[in-house]
Design a protein. Structure first.
Length: 224
């Protein structure tokens, strides 16, 4: 059996999940208005392993949400993951934060747009189909009433941007799933196990989060 520790700290949700062979068996997380990742992350890691009845030496890998997202949150998560991997001499796995967020949507058709709040009307976003295949790469963009207007099918929006975006994204084929607000480590298990099986590992010494700090106004492109 393969135990992988999954760490998600890209947003206000500080989340830790333990997976066995790609299935989440335990998850502890806390989402607060003030980022408390520095205080909470190691507590959640120790709590999760203790509740699962395993020790650090049982871990086969550590997976971390790679971004985009909060600069501070990402650094805390990546630093913790790298420290564990170095100490335990196990692989480091990086998982796309927006794919983790999109994984919470269970639909059979349409497109999924996970969005993470940046500032003002700016967001980090990507586009996935119902099979979680990426149809448009991650970008930083300013949301306007014309955003995603070339998509004719149903579009499901998730993330912590609903309050500011639904006022301008008003087309009838746009659906906001407001209950899905933050990415969670429990959704990382399948993704990280797939990478583990395919030896898709990061260099522990040189890996850096995907901050995507530069913003630009982008024009929507047609997505089929």
């Amino acid at each position: 059996m393969h135990y992988i520790l999954n760490i998600e700290t890209a947003t206000k949700n500080c989340s830790v999940a333990l997976a066995k062979d790609g299935q989440t068996i335990l998850c502890n997380e806390i989402a607060e208005e003030g980022y408390s990742h520095a205080e909470q992350l190691h507590v959640l890691i120790e709590k999760t392993l203790l509740e699962a009845g395993i020790c650090f030496q049982n871990l086969k890998a550590v997976a971390v949400s790679q971004g985009p997202g909060s600069y501070t949150g990402l650094r805390i998560g990546v630093s913790a993951a790298k420290g564990l991997c170095f100490t335990l001499d196990i692989p480091l796995i990086a998982v796309d934060t927006l794919q983790v967020l999109a994984s919470q949507v269970k639909v059979t058709e349409g497109l999924i747009v996970p969005m993470i709040d940046a500032r003002r009307m700016e967001v980090y976003s990507a586009i996935f189909n119902s099979k979680l295949e990426k149809r448009r790469e991650v970008r930083a963009e300013i949301i306007t009433e014309n955003s995603f207007d070339t998509i004719s099918g149903t579009v499901y929006f998730v993330g912590d941007c609903a309050d500011k975006c639904k006022a301008v994204l008003t087309k009838p084929n746009f659906i906001f799933l407001e209950e899905i607000k933050y990415p969670s480590a429990k959704e990382m298990s399948v993704l990280s196990f797939f990478k583990f099986q395919n030896n898709e590992f990061e260099d522990v010494a040189y890996f850096e989060p995907y901050y995507l700090k530069d913003f630009m106004i982008t024009t929507s492109k047609k997505v089929g």
